[in-house]
Design a protein around this ligand. Structure first.
Ligand SMILES: *Cc1c(COP(=O)(O)O)cnc(C)c1O
Length: 431
């Protein structure tokens, strides 16, 4: 019998990224509660949340310290307009993010796509304020993903999300991606990165006078199916953007907050972006919040007597105090639990546990970075992602393959026994 909640959701809720008719055959999982890495269904069944509830959850569901911070803030002030007002949580969060990234100024919104919009607008407006209004075009990578609002979709290269809206989008250029699955036979990941960087250099040599910024996902192209690449590409991209006077926007919405093994992915290449976009894990998966951090030199180009020279962009919930408190609790947990070092040990151990998958006859391009594991499956047939998703649920795992790519991006609290049983279940599913 169908859970009454499922019937009601099909009638009243328009679900994201979904053909609603398919949901009648493939009903949504009705969730009543969460506990650590587990989601608990309304029927009492438990599912291991191996995708961190769409990459947002960091420390598990029902995390006591994040909950306590939100509850404490709830008794003080839930929200106040940030135009003309300020409050402790937003100030402290901005100071701490500045100290962690070296980017001194923080602008807030509520979700990832809005952070992309802000970075694009800020970059173009910066050049306008400098008397170079023709620098207003954007460059991104093939298979890149930066969100699905109209501006963000213009720099996103995922056909399924983009094609129906193509007439609404501003044209932008997508350059070869350093994703090492695309390396030529015999070419190393670093050589492939070097070749792709050369394509960027050649493009900007022609078009820098009309280009405001180059936007990328550092180290891992998430929506492309966890396409990973050599950090050398970031080093070269930074140098190339500097040489051509083009901003570098690092979209760390998915990879920020420790996913790739360092707090921020750019750290691994030792580079600093001009704009750093953060969201998803920023509140540990508790509340919607996003942030764009930038350098003082960029901020100074907006500073002056004229109102129109300022960055006149806003969202109603900008700098929401509850969300900022959740984010501060997340930063506290990173420090108190020494999360980055703990994860380094976990990642090494869990990668060993993955051997049966890495060596499986149907697995191609097994890859790992920090707390992300992914592999491509050969000979999948039609509807692989939907079938694998359903079969995984039967085995108490929430997984959502992207095309033929299966990935694990679990909350950091997942333990070795849970990972080992997930590996065994996946091996069984691959046959
Ligand atoms: C999820 C994601 C976004 C968009 O964030 P939303 O909160 O879904 O709008 C942008 N960029 C990257 C890299 C993402 O993974």
């Amino acid at each position: 019998m169908m859970d009454p909640l499922v019937e009601r959701t099909l009638a009243a809720v328009w679900h994201p990224c979904t053909q609603m008719k398919h949901m009648e055959q493939d009903p949504p999982l009705a969730i009543a509660a969460g506990e650590g890495p587990w989601l608990i269904g309304t029927d009492g069944r438990r599912y291991l949340d191996l995708i961190s509830s769409w990459w947002v959850n960091l420390f598990g569901h029902n995390e006591p310290r994040i909950k306590a911070a939100i509850k404490d803030q709830l008794d003080k002030i839930e929200h106040v307009i940030l135009a003309g007002c300020t409050h402790g949580p937003v100030v402290e969060l901005s100071e701490r993010l500045a100290a962690l990234t070296g980017l001194e100024h923080a602008f807030y919104a509520s979700d990832g796509a809005s952070a992309t919009e802000i970075a694009l607008k800020m970059s173009a407006h910066y050049w306008r304020n400098l008397g170079r209004p023709h620098k207003n075009r954007f460059v991104s990578l093939k298979s890149g993903y930066h969100g699905e609002t109209v501006g963000a979709l213009s720099v996103t290269d995922v056909a399924l999300f983009r094609d129906q809206y193509a007439p609404l989008l501003r044209s932008s250029v997508q350059l070869p991606t350093p994703d090492f699955r695309l390396a030529e036979p015999g070419e190393s990941a670093a050589d492939h990165a070097r070749r792709c960087a050369q394509a960027l250099d050649e493009h900007l040599a022609q078009h820098a006078s009309t280009t405001a910024a180059f936007i990328l996902e550092p180290l891992v192209q998430g929506a492309a199916g966890m396409g990973m690449y050599d950090p050398l590409y970031l080093v070269l991209a930074r140098e190339i953007c500097d040489r051509h006077d083009v901003h570098l926007i690092a979209d760390e919405i998915a990879v920020g907050f420790g996913r790739t093994g360092t707090l921020f992915a750019c750290e691994r290449a030792g580079i600093q972006a001009d704009f750093l976009c953060l969201s998803k894990g920023i509140t540990g998966g508790y509340l919607p919040l996003s942030c764009v951090l930038t350098r003082d030199a960029i901020y100074q180009a907006f500073y002056g007597d004229e109102t129109a020279r300022g960055f006149l962009h806003s969202h109603s919930y900008t700098g929401n105090p509850l969300a900022c408190r959740a984010a501060l609790a997340v930063l506290d947990i990173f420090a108190e639990d020494d999360v980055i070092a703990q994860n380094r040990a976990k990642a090494a151990r869990y990668t060993e546990l993955m051997a049966p998958l890495a060596e499986h006859a149907r697995v191609r391009h097994f890859r790992q970075l920090g707390m992300i594991w992914a592999f491509d499956v050969a000979d999948t047939g039609a509807d692989f992602a939907a079938r694998f998703h359903r079969a995984a649920l039967e085995r108490s795992m929430l997984l959502r393959p992207i095309g033929a790519t299966v990935y694990f991006m679990p909350p950091y609290c997942v333990d070795a026994a849970q990972m080992e049983s997930a590996v065994q279940s996946c091996v069984a599913l691959l046959g």
